[in-house]
Design a protein around this ligand. Structure first.
Ligand code: BGC
Length: 722
């Protein structure tokens, strides 16, 4: 449709019809027998209100969605199609590793490929839009939703959010076959809840918000994401869904976003709980004026907007503006011509979990694993007698908290994976249970004894431990970030009879693994690796794939450090590790440094990075400096290394992070091979919000580090001059 036709359509619509477009409901109201409203209808929608809704979430399946669309459009006065949305976070049916793990790949092309596959599968199942990427910066491992982010670094998050948008949406417009629209969330600052408790208050200074938290959303906006979702939290004590400055000034004006803004689930009504609106009606007014176009799953808009307009309390123009944006999105998706888009049962059958998709999931998974420690323990040899012990040897629940459409039946367990490797002798034992309910112990004496006996007979033990997948994700914050007691008991008893223990850690967040890290011979973090997890873990354990992941989020020494991240400020009393000085910024009982920092990760081979060479010692604005190193594979296996460049501003008008990631490259080297890795340093990379909140760079001294972790000391310096 032409833009003018959309405006004509809008002008023909009644006020009720327009308000209907601004409501999103779940698919649970649509059943064989028509619209059903049972006890789940907590919003108290009338059948008519549901009938008017402009979009639907959480329901999939080409056949089902076609049926709903057809019926709905027949009754909709202007035959306007619904948009079908859902949370396709790390894959649709072929499940990829969780986003936090994807961050560890430091491999945007791979992340883009994963998103493209998720788009293909879900488009075939009738979907039009996914609520992804989550571009929230995360630094507190207590928060359960760190698993949905790509980590603690603004630059890495920006690169990967952009890659996901490209993967979902492609570059040929949203109508293109196999593409779906992307929705950036949760705007803004949701990743910084106080004390890591979900939905809690967010306190961020304007500068931290601007310099650290907003850049990744901005990258995704620039990549053309069609939609933005508000966040549940307050920022500066104003809840996002009623935050006019955030949505209209920052998002729309400063960032230039002109797509649709949707509230998070029930977030408009929650303005009442936040205490900024006295009732639903006031909440509706606040949200509309803030620029929220779609009300997800409350009745604030559908029950109040009409009255508000008729009373002259809100302008109908605001409604028109919102509805036009929604119609525009429907038009961009091509729904007026083809309301089912790519929904097609035979495509669905052909694409979902097809070999190509599984292979991609397996490849990606192996690149997200992070080898934290390896005392000549891994890889395993096929002639070794290995006991695979732990609840994750058999468990297929390895697809993460958000994989609504992933299934155990489709998932490869670790046992399935290692059995295919053709090793001479392997044994397996569960060791203990892994209940979904964190309050249950999971301990069983007979399982423990069986495991210890097997461990005693083996050359090596692989202990597959971790959190249940539902211990991270939404509403899954944890105050303790340790492994359950029964798993620690299993670890201790197994380790006592056989010290050759490699721990394979399944988790949705960085955990406190001090004891494991100290006593085991190897630690491999595999996060929630998805459908092909078992094969990918086996590939890495047996050395068919060399691990190359780097932490996207620091592993704290213990929970008391949270939030801990590499990009902290210096403070006025910086602490030198190892110093005994008292009146400096430090703990008296634990170190300041995390156990394993951002960017860290080992390989089965070794790499050296030569001292940093700069093409010049100073540059003025508009010029560039080339920073380069020689990277060499000095080991005996082919492997990939993530070369990382960090910049640090020695003295600015405001305190600056010690260092910030500004570039990375993943290089693959044969044994003995050496390659130059070059980065450009440009003036824009040195910008930040200065003392006047202007986004500028300041002349003076800068440091540059290039290495294979955020704590590299491979340093050089240069000057930025006028
Ligand atoms: C979550 C969002 C999600 C939405 C729809 C909310 O509870 O915060 O991330 O997209 O539900 O499922």
């Amino acid at each position: 449709m032409e833009q003018s036709q959309l405006v004509t359509l809008l002008n023909e619509m009644s006020l009720e019809e327009k308000i209907g477009q601004m409501l999103q409901v779940t698919g649970m109201f649509f059943e064989e027998e028509g619209i059903v409203t049972g006890p789940e209808n907590i919003a108290g929608y009338t059948e008519d209100e549901i009938r008017q809704a402009g979009s639907m979430l959480g329901t999939v399946g080409a056949e089902r969605l076609k049926k709903i669309q057809k019926e709905y459009m027949e009754k909709q006065p202007h035959h306007i199609p619904l948009i079908f949305m859902s949370d396709i976070i790390n894959g649709f049916r072929t499940i990829f590793p969780i986003p936090l793990a994807q961050g560890c790949s430091f491999h945007p092309e791979l992340v883009e490929e994963g998103a493209a596959i998720a788009a293909k599968e879900s488009a075939a199942a009738g979907l039009h839009l996914t609520f992804s990427p989550m571009a929230d910066l995360v630094r507190d491992a207590r928060w359960g939703r760190v698993m949905e982010s790509t980590g603690e670094d603004p630059f890495l998050n920006g690169c990967l959010a952009k890659a996901m948008v490209k993967g979902y949406q492609g570059t040929d417009g949203l109508k293109a076959k196999g593409k779906i629209a992307a929705c950036i969330k949760h705007f803004a600052g949701y990743g910084a809840p106080t004390a890591g408790r979900d939905y809690h208050t967010v306190e961020l200074s304007q500068r931290t918000l601007q310099d650290d938290y907003l850049p990744a959303y901005k990258e995704a906006v620039d990549a053309g994401a069609a939609m933005v979702m508000t966040s549940f939290n307050t920022l500066d004590r104003i809840p996002s869904s009623g935050n006019r400055k955030l949505m209209r000034e920052i998002l729309r004006k400063e960032m230039g976003f002109n797509g649709v803004v949707i509230s998070d689930w029930a977030a408009i009504e929650e303005l009442v709980c936040h205490g900024v609106a006295k009732d639903q009606k006031e909440a509706a007014k606040l949200a509309l004026e803030a620029g929220v176009d779609i009300d997800m799953m409350t009745s604030c808009y559908c029950k109040s907007l009409k009255e508000l307009v008729e009373a002259g309390a809100v302008s109908e123009l605001l409604i028109d503006e919102a509805v036009l944006r929604i119609l525009n999105l429907k038009n961009e998706l091509g729904l007026f011509e083809n309301p089912y888009k790519d929904g097609d049962v035979s495509d669905e059958n052909a694409l979902i979990l097809c070999r190509e998709h599984r292979e991609a999931a397996r490849r990606m998974a192996a690149e997200t694993f992070v080898l934290l420690k390896n005392d000549k323990m891994l890889p395993l040899a096929k002639k070794e007698k290995v006991a695979f012990i732990g609840p994750y040897v058999l468990s297929r629940e390895t697809y993460g908290a958000w994989s609504m459409f992933g299934t155990c039946e489709a998932t490869v367990s670790l046992e399935d994976g290692v059995r295919k490797k053709g090793a001479l002798e392997i044994f397996t034992a569960k060791g203990c249970d892994l209940p979904e309910d964190i309050r249950e112990t999971g301990a069983r004496e007979e399982l423990l004894q069986e495991a210890v006996a097997l461990a005693g007979k083996a050359d090596k033990v692989v202990l597959a431990l971790g959190e249940h997948r539902m211990w991270s994700g939404e509403a899954a914050s944890r105050g303790e970030i340790t492994l359950p007691d029964c798993q620690m008991e299993l670890f201790r008893q197994v380790q006592a009879v056989n010290p050759n223990v490699a721990v394979v850690l399944y988790c949705g967040r960085p955990l406190d693994i001090r004891e494991i890290s100290e006593k085991s011979a190897a630690v491999l973090v595999v996060w929630m690796p998805g459908t092909e997890g078992g094969n990918a873990v086996a590939d890495v354990l047996y050395g068919d794939t060399n691990p190359s992941g780097k932490l996207s989020m620091s592993f704290p020494y213990c929970v008391g450090q949270a939030p801990v991240f590499y990009g902290q400020l210096c403070t006025g009393r910086p602490f030198q590790e190892g110093s005994q000085e008292k009146y400096v910024s430090r703990y008296i009982d634990i170190p300041n440094k995390p156990l394993y920092p951002f960017g860290y990760g080992l390989s089965y081979t070794e790499f050296t990075v030569s001292p940093v060479e700069l093409s010049g010692k100073q540059m003025s604005k508009g010029e560039q400096i080339k920073a380069s190193v020689m990277v060499k594979n000095t080991g005996t296996r082919k492997g990939q290394e993530v070369v990382q460049m960090y910049l640090g501003d020695v003295c600015g008008s405001v305190a600056r992070p010690r260092r910030e990631l500004k570039g990375f490259r993943k290089v693959c080297l044969e044994p003995g091979e050496e390659r130059e890795v070059c980065f450009e340093i440009r003036e824009e990379m040195l910008r930040f919000h200065d003392i006047n909140m202007d986004y500028v760079s300041e002349t003076g001294e800068f440091k540059v580090w290039i290495g294979n972790s955020s704590d590299t000391e491979n340093e050089a310096a240069f000057l930025l001059i006028e």
